[in-house]
Ligand binder design. Structure first.
Ligand SMILES: C[S@@+](CC[C@H](N)C(=O)[O-])C[C@H]1O[C@@H](n2cnc3c(N)ncnc32)[C@H](O)[C@@H]1O
Length: 356
């Protein structure tokens, strides 16, 4: 069975067992059908840093050639990704002749120039970095993770699936207290003492504040801020021409910023300690399962397909399985694919591992 046929069959199956391929990512991806993958997440080899089992990308003498090779692979990812799909790229930098090369950003720029849309640059803060004996620069404790999409709108993005659980409101001495301690008492005083609001505006502001506190109590709003004319700056721009909020402030004398009752979105700095827990001796750079969780839940629907063209020991596929997504992993090293298969509960199972 050829690769194209194997992938087509896999799309039609109900199994979430990952499918693994041993071989060169570019050569294999070229055989995939168009528009068949929901989410690609990967971490390619660093340039000029590590020796993996079977050579491959990262060993180029010139980093420009390395970037070119990666771009070729990721343009195949573009082709095989559905229009609604997402591509998450974690990539590390390298020092060369004392200077950081800015490799992650060079790759990201090259990809946007080829049509990818960059939605976020996430800083993966490793919290505790590796050993560093240099005494002329700081420790390196972060790596970027880029989130790319193919189209500006309507890519799959289940934002509610990753919201932080909202903190609940309390009632203290008969007064509603929001998660961040807002009771309305200070806002009420500011309105009453305001020299900028008319009497009518004050009455309307007090009534609106009461209504907002009721909504907090009912759980319709988890928290809020009230901006009152003359009391604080507007949150965006004071220019009425460009800010609707500034206009609202001018006309009504106040406005509210409401927090989503479903909870806030995570930000773009993620604190994740690297995993060294599996006691693996043969592979140098597995990424932590926690790094793939948010991307997979957020941008791959259940039963959708996750792809990792540099799957190494299979972390992306393991997490995909955990969340009931299908997955396809490619690696040039049969040794790593063997480990990946074992981790995903396929020891010695040749059925899903095609050697090309
Ligand atoms: C940073 S590691 C990936 C680690 C992986 N995220 C994990 O959790 O184990 C990069 C992988 O890319 C593989 N690789 C290098 N060149 C390749 C190529 N041309 N095609 C496919 N895989 C390649 C290496 O064998 C290595 O396993």
């Amino acid at each position: 069975m050829n690769v194209n046929q194997a992938i087509t069959n896999y799309i039609d199956t109900q199994t979430i067992m990952p499918q693994f391929y041993v071989g060169d990512a570019l050569e294999l991806l070229q055989q995939f059908p168009d528009d068949c993958i929901d989410c690609c997440i990967t971490s390619p080899p660093y340039w000029n840093k590590r020796q993996y089992a079977n050579g491959g990308i990262g060993l180029e003498a010139d980093y420009n050639k390395y970037i070119k090779n990666l771009v070729h692979v990721f343009m195949q990812v573009y082709r095989v990704l559905k229009p609604t799909g997402s591509f998450w790229l974690n990539i590390g930098d390298t020092y060369y002749q004392k200077s950081l090369l800015n490799i992650p950003w060079r790759v990201a720029i090259a990809l946007t120039e080829k049509g990818w849309i960059l939605r976020n640059t996430i800083i993966w803060n490793k919290v505790k970095g590796g050993l560093d004996n240099t005494n002329d620069r700081l420790r390196n404790v972060y790596e970027p993770m880029f989130h790319f999409v193919k189209q500006e709108k309507q890519y799959y993005y289940d934002v509610d699936s990753i919201r932080n659980t909202p903190k609940s409101t309390k009632v203290v001495n008969g007064a509603v207290v929001s998660a961040t301690g807002v009771t309305g008492v200070r806002y009420k005083r500011k309105i009453e003492l305001s020299t900028e609001l008319t009497d009518e505006q004050k009455q309307n502001a007090l009534a609106a504040l009461d209504e907002m506190l009721k909504q907090v109590q009912n759980g319709e709003v988890s928290d809020f801020r009230m901006v009152i004319k003359g009391a604080q700056r507007t949150t965006h721009s004071d220019s009425e021409r460009i800010s609707g909020r500034a206009r609202e402030l001018h006309e009504k004398g106040f406005y509210f910023l409401k927090y989503n009752p479903k909870g806030s979105k995570p930000g773009d700095i993620w604190d994740i300690i690297p995993e060294d827990t599996q006691g693996r001796t043969s592979h140098f750079a597995p990424y932590p399962a926690d790094l793939c969780r948010t991307p997979i839940i957020l941008t791959c629907p259940e039963n959708g397909i996750v792809l990792d063209p540099f799957v190494g020991t299979g972390t992306s596929c393991l997490v995909a399985m955990e969340y009931k997504r299908k997955s396809i992993g490619i690696d040039i090293s049969d040794e790593y694919i063997f480990i990946a298969r074992e981790r995903c509960g396929q020891p010695g199972n040749e059925q899903f591992s095609l050697s090309v």
